[in-house]
Design a protein around this ligand. Structure first.
Ligand code: HEM
Length: 652
């Protein structure tokens, strides 16, 4: 009807859409449909409202923490506008306010990660990426990286933007709060003007300070160097990538840093040593330790060997007459390590052990499903009779009944004078019995049957998944780098020929050990450790308040070029030729099994098992990646190959 166009976004959008229709009226696809316009309007709400409001919120918090910048901003605003309403030209003159907003966008970017997906095979730097891979670009880490921003990277210092964005760091690409390239935030200028406008009004009219309830942000503001703070809801998390500080935390014997309690639903799955603290942990660790001594592990070697032989025979049987076959080796290796635990933990009760393994596997899947849904955060949800909750309870009871049966049978046999077997359960019961005898007056000496049950369940979880992913990544790495596969096979054949590997021979395998270490460095099965600060504690130069979670991301330290050199992301087992201590310029930068008193109790067990399995695989097969393999490490408790590990085996 000829009305003039308003200045609101909807009108402008419709005007522009109309122009496109007119320019190309023959094409059915020119311009947007009404439905598409509706969707764009909905997007404006989400993209425009949340982002700008958090930018303004963090700005007020930052200026409350640093009143000197609040004063400088106010002076500038009063100089430009006095007490008048801000206008467009004046907003463009605000240099200090702009510097402050940029610094807030650097430290608290409203969108902390960008996540494009590869659509078709693409080269990125030196790496060829297959389609379907998600690329994670964590703005937060780049924005706070001391390499680009200097030692004060974690500090609020708007001064760094005084020469504009391009001069704020030594790499102009290190600041991208609005994204980059053709898909850069379309509302960037809108957001900056919007943020300046109320920012100016608030700064002019009010003085603001942090509430006294809000203690953590200012206290944690002094974390610096290789530490950075993020928030999960109201819980602050300090991530630490400095090996010295990580060792300080993990070596702490005063219980200043405790393990955070797992959610109650996780108790259906496991508790035991890994979850205990203080005296209870010390008692259990003392009882369990002897079962993992090297001498005892030596006696378990036949069990390792039997399980590996069974897998090799199965693979042999699957391979066609042409002598090759594609196989997803990950589930195969999961079965292998499950069998190894069933046999080494329960010896003669191996079949019941296998049943427990299958049930625990199902329990793990149910638990992961629960953690991936919102329900786990609803208090008491686990008591509701949902299908998954009922099944979890059922599995919990069945596993306990099976374990109780095995343990009672074993107890009876020992009481009747049977000799102690070489399996983990017998060794654990023997060690437990000794502790009871040493301190028979104390009610708390030794472990109860229920506690022994929990420790047995823990062996499955802690020992099975970790070792299976180590072996899986090793086969993938050796498929990607056939020269190391050849070197490893030569060594194995030189030491054992085609005979079954024995304990002394496994100890001589230098190349195989270097390869396993390199895989543990690049693909650590546990990618991070967590501790919670129990009471105010000093860590390095930083004083940490209670209830802060400390995250120690192995993966970042294991791949940090500062310790491992320029080829930090490359597979190069040679770096371990002089042993772990000489592999990097900081011997604390490698800790796939943890560190200090809580270091993995099954470390030697896992290494012997992995060497045995790898040696036998190398004796019988050569292998290469299948074209259907997509390299996509992702974390579901452990670091796993998201799309499986499709490998082509060739009989040799
Ligand atoms: C490649 C294989 C393995 C890796 C990478 C690995 C890694 C780890 C790590 C990083 C920890 C320390 C957790 C912390 O400090 O919070 C740990 C603890 C533990 N691991 Fe392992 N592990 C492996 C194999 C095994 C095996 C085979 C077993 C047993 C059969 C086992 C049993 C345990 C137990 C019981 C703990 C708890 C120790 C404690 O809290 O005192 N692990 N493991």
């Amino acid at each position: 009807m000829g009305a003039s166009v308003n200045d609101d976004l909807l009108s402008l959008l419709m005007e522009s859409n109309f122009k496109v229709f007119c320019e190309d009226e023959n094409s059915k696809n020119a311009g947007m449909t009404i439905d598409e316009v509706i969707e764009e309007c909905k997007l404006f709400y989400f993209a425009g409202q949340e982002m700008t409001s958090v930018l303004l919120t963090w700005t007020m918090i930052a200026l409350s923490m640093d009143p000197s910048w609040q004063v400088r901003a106010r002076e500038e605003v009063l100089q430009v506008f006095g007490k008048n309403k801000p206008n467009f030209d004046g907003l463009n003159q605000l240099k200090i306010v702009t510097m402050i907003l940029y610094e807030v966008l650097r430290l608290y970017p409203p969108a902390i990660t960008l996540l494009p997906r590869v659509c078709q095979r693409t080269k990125l730097g030196e790496t060829s990426l297959p389609p379907g891979v998600d690329l994670i670009m964590p703005l937060l880490l780049v924005h706070r990286d001391a390499k680009y921003w200097g030692k004060d990277a974690n500090e609020f210092n708007p001064e760094r933007f005084s020469g504009g964005v391009s001069k704020a760091s030594n790499n102009s690409g290190a600041f991208f709060p609005f994204g980059w390239g053709p898909r850069i935030c379309i509302g960037q200028s809108f957001a900056m003007i919007e943020a300046k406008m109320p920012g100016v009004t608030v700064v002019t009219r009010n003085w603001y300070d942090l509430s006294t309830n809000n203690q953590h942000p200012s206290e944690l503001n002094n974390v610096a160097g290789k530490m950075f703070v993020t928030w999960i809801g109201t819980t602050p998390r300090v991530s630490i990538t400095d090996p010295e500080l990580i060792r300080e935390i993990l070596s702490n014997k005063s219980d200043d840093f405790e393990k955070p309690k797992s959610r109650p639903i996780a108790e259906y799955f496991i508790s035991g040593l890994v979850n205990y603290q203080g005296k209870k942990w010390a008692k259990h660790r003392r009882i369990i330790n002897p079962a993992f001594h090297l001498e005892k592990l030596k006696r378990m070697l036949p069990a390792f060997s039997t399980c590996c032989s069974e897998m090799i025979s199965r693979w042999d049987g699957m391979i066609s007459v042409e002598g090759s076959r594609e196989l997803d080796v990950w589930p195969e290796l999961q079965n292998l390590t499950g069998d190894v635990i069933s046999r080494t933990a329960f010896g003669s009760s191996f079949e019941e052990g296998r049943q427990i393994f299958q049930l625990q596997l199902e329990q793990a899947e149910l638990l992961i499903r629960a953690f991936q849904s919102i329900s786990v955060y609803v208090p008491g949800f686990r008591f509701l009779p949902t299908k998954d909750n009922i099944r979890m309870k059922e599995i919990y009871k069945t596993v306990r009944t099976l374990l109780r049966g095995i343990i009672e049978k074993r107890e009876k046999a020992i009481n009747m004078g049977a000799s102690v077997n070489d399996d983990l359960l017998s060794l654990l019961m023997e060690s437990n019995f000794k502790v009871f005898c040493e301190d028979e007056n104390s009610k708390n000496a030794g472990m109860t049957i229920d506690e022994v049950i929990e420790e047995c369940k823990l062996f499955y979880f802690a020992g099975q998944e970790t070792t299976s992913v180590l072996l899986t990544w090793t086969m993938i790495a050796l498929s990607m780098d056939p020269s190391w596969q050849v070197r490893a096979r030569e060594e194995v054949l030189q030491v054992f020929g085609k005979n079954k590997p024995n304990f002394d021979g496994l100890n001589q395998l230098k190349i195989v050990t270097m390869i396993l270490y390199e895989v543990l460095r690049l693909y650590p099965p546990a990618t991070a450790l967590v501790r919670r600060v129990r009471q105010r504690t000093k860590l390095g130069e930083t004083s940490l308040p209670p209830e802060v979670d400390l995250i120690m991301p192995f993966l970042l330290v294991h791949r940090d070029a500062k310790y491992w050199g320029k080829d930090a992301n490359e597979f190069n087992p040679e770096r371990f030729s002089g042993g772990v201590s000489k592999a990097s310029n900081n011997s604390g930068a490698f800790f796939p099994f943890g560190w200090g008193p809580r270091i993995c109790i099954g470390q030697s067990f896992a290494m012997i098992e992995a060497k045995m399995a790898l040696a036998m695989i190398l004796q019988h097969f050569s292998f290469e990646l299948s074209p259907s393999y997509a390299h996509a490490p992702y974390t579901v408790i452990t670091l796993q190959p998201q799309h499986g590990a499709q490998i082509i085996l060739h009989k040799i």
